[in-house]
Design a protein around this ligand. Structure first.
Ligand SMILES: *Cc1c(COP(=O)(O)O)cnc(C)c1O
Length: 470
C-alpha cells in the first residue's frame, strides 16, 4: 500500500480516522474489555454513541444490505480504496453489519486473553477453515515445486477431512499429515519438518469428541515457529477460548451452537495479533484477520451476507446461558443412556467413563460461572454434542434412529432442537470405510445433539426408540 500518493486532502481523512481508531482502541481497552462475557455478547462494540451518531439511535445494529459505500470526494475514496482508512467500500470486503458481528466474535474469543484479537466473517464454517489455512500454504520461494505440508487431527468434521484430503492434498499436492492420537505429543512432533506450515486441531471433535492439550500443542507449534489453528465449533467461546491457551487462530462454524437457531450458514476466523509463522509476510503476522479480509478474501470472495451477520449476532447475545442449559440437559441424557441395556457405549466428555474426561475438564469451563449467582464457583460444562453406539450393529442403529419422534433426523448439530444423525451414512459417508476408521467412526454410532427441550421428553423419546428396536 506504500506506493500510494497521499494528497493533503487524503491526509485529513487519514488523520481523522486515526483519531477514530485511537478512540476505538481506548474504548475496547478501558470499557469493553472490563465487561463480563454476557455483556460483551449483548453489546459488542455497538455503543449508544455509534447508534445516535451514525444509525438514528437504532438499538439494534444496522442491517446494511447495500453493496457499497459512497464517498464525500476523491480524497476519501482514494484513502479508502488504498485501505488507509477503515472503509466498507464494497460489501465483499467490508460492511457495517459484518463489522459488528466480527467485533463481537473477536471480543468473545479474546475474553480473558491478555492481548488483541480480530475477526473476519465468512460465508460458512468451511470458508472460515479455507481462509484460515490457505495463507500459510503459499509458495515462499519462487519455485513451483516447493514441498509443503501441514499436520492436522484426523478426528475432525467430515467437510474438513474432504477439504484437506481432496482439495489440498489430492488436487494441489499439499501433504496433509494426520495425527491419529492428538493426546500424544510425540505423534504431533514426529510429523513436523522444515516444510510444515501449521498445526491444525479440532476440539472437541465432531462427532468423535476427540480432545487434545491445547497449551502443549501450541507450545510445540511455536517451538517450530508455526501457528496452531483450532476449530472450536463444538465448544464455542462460552466453554473454550483456545487463543487464551496459546492458539493463534480459531475457526468457528457459527452455523452451529454459536447461533443454535438454525437460521443460516455462517462462519468466522479469529486470530491474535502478532501470531507465530514462518511465512514471511508482516501484514499476515501482525493482524491476520484484517489481512485475509482485505486481501485474500477480497479476491476469493467467501464473505458473509450482512443479513446473516445480524441474524447470527442476535443469536450470539445469549450464548452463555444457552450453553449452560444445553450442557446440563446433555449431561442428564448421557447419564441416562449409559444405563440403557440396548446401548453399547456412550461418548460424552462430561461422563467420567470417557477416556478424555480429565483432559477435557482442564479446558472446558462455563465462562463466568464464578460470577453467576446460580453457581458462584468455576463449573465444568461439556456442550451438547454426544454420541452413542447401539448394540447389535448398524442395522439396529438404523432401527433406533428411524423410531425417533421428538429428536429430528438431520445432518445438523448445535440446534435448539434436538437432532440426531448416523455419521457413517451422512456426514462421514464421503470419506469411506478407511477414513472413518481413522476418525474412529463406527457404523452403529448415532450422533446426538441435545437441544433446549425438557430433558425428560428427550429421554422418553430415546427410551421408546430403543425399546421398539429391541
Ligand atoms: C459444521 C462444521 C464445520 C463447517 O461449517 P459450515 O458452517 O457447515 O460450513 C466445521 N467444523 C465443524 C466442527 C463443524 O461442525
Amino acid at each position: 500500500m506504500t506506493d500510494v500518493h497521499i494528497t493533503p486532502g487524503m491526509q485529513r481523512y487519514i488523520d481523522r480516522n486515526n483519531a477514530y481508531l485511537e478512540k476505538r482502541s481506548r474504548y475496547i481497552r478501558e470499557v469493553v474489555k472490563k465487561w463480563k462475557f454476557d455483556t460483551i455478547a449483548v453489546h459488542g462494540l455497538y455503543s449508544v454513541e455509534d447508534a445516535v451518531e451514525d444509525y438514528q439511535g437504532s438499538i439494534i445494529e444496522p442491517v446494511f444490505m447495500s453493496t457499497s459505500q459512497a464517498y464525500r470526494d476523491s480524497d476519501e475514496m482514494a484513502s479508502a480504496l488504498a485501505y488507509l482508512i477503515p472503509t466498507w467500500c464494497y460489501s465483499r470486503i467490508a460492511n457495517p453489519s459484518t463489522y459488528y458481528y466480527e467485533w463481537t466474535m473477536a471480543l468473545l474469543e479474546g475474553y480473558g486473553f491478555d492481548g488483541e484479537t480480530t475477526s473476519c466473517s465468512t460465508s460458512s464454517g468451511m470458508a472460515a477453515i479455507m481462509t484460515a489455512v490457505q495463507p500459510f500454504l503459499v509458495h515462499t520461494h519462487k519455485s513451483v515445486s516447493e514441498p509443503r505440508n501441514f499436520v492436522a487431527t484426523a478426528q475432525c468434521y467430515g467437510g474438513t477431512f474432504q477439504q484437506f484430503n481432496v482439495r489440498l492434498a489430492e488436487e494441489r499436492g499439499i501433504e496433509c499429515r494426520w495425527v491419529e492420537d492428538p493426546t500424544n505429543l510425540d505423534e504431533w512432533a514426529s510429523k513436523i519438518d522444515k516444510n510444515t506450515r501449521f498445526l491444525y486441531g479440532e476440539l472437541p471433535s465432531n462427532p468423535g469428541l476427540s480432545f487434545f492439550d491445547v497449551k502443549a500443542v501450541a507450545d510445540l507449534a511455536h517451538g517450530h515457529n508455526l501457528p496452531l489453528i483450532c476449530d472450536a465449533t463444538v465448544a464455542t467461546p462460552a466453554l473454550l477460548r483456545p487463543i487464551c491457551h496459546g492458539a493463534d487462530i480459531v475457526v468457528q462454524s457459527a452455523t452451529k451452537t454459536l447461533t443454535s437457531s438454525g437460521f443460516g450458514v455462517c462462519g468466522v476466523v479469529t486470530a491474535r495479533k502478532g501470531l507465530v509463522t514462518s511465512v514471511p509476510n508482516e501484514e499476515l503476522k501482525n493482524d491476520f484477520a484484517l489481512y485475509i479480509k482485505y486481501l485474500p478474501n477480497r479476491d476469493y470472495g467467501p464473505n458473509l451476507h450482512p443479513m446473516q451477520a445480524i441474524l447470527s449476532l442476535n443469536d450470539i447475545r445469549t450464548l452463555r446461558s444457552k450453553m449452560d442449559f444445553f450442557s446440563r440437559n446433555t449431561q442428564l441424557v448421557a447419564e441416562w443412556l449409559e444405563t440403557n441395556k440396548q446401548v453399547e457405549s456412550v461418548q460424552y466428555l462430561g461422563l467420567k467413563s470417557h477416556p478424555l474426561h480429565a483432559l477435557a475438564s482442564k479446558y472446558l469451563w462455563l465462562v463466568d460461572a464464578e460470577h453467576d449467582p446460580q453457581y458462584g464457583r468455576p463449573v465444568n460444562h461439556y456442550g451438547h454434542l454426544m454420541s452413542f453406539c447401539v448394540k447389535g450393529g448398524p442395522e439396529k442403529a438404523r432401527l433406533v434412529f428411524d423410531k425417533l419422534q421428538r429428536i429430528w433426523r438431520a445432518t445438523d448439530l448445535g440446534r435448539v432442537k434436538s437432532v440426531a444423525t448416523i455419521p457413517a451414512i451422512s456426514t462421514h459417508q464421503q470419506q469411506g470405510e478407511e477414513g472413518r476408521k481413522l476418525a474412529h467412526i463406527p457404523a452403529n454410532m448415532i450422533r446426538l445433539c441435545v437441544g433446549g427441550e425438557h430433558p425428560d421428553d428427550i429421554i422418553a423419546d430415546l427410551e421408546q426408540a430403543l425399546a421398539a428396536a429391541r
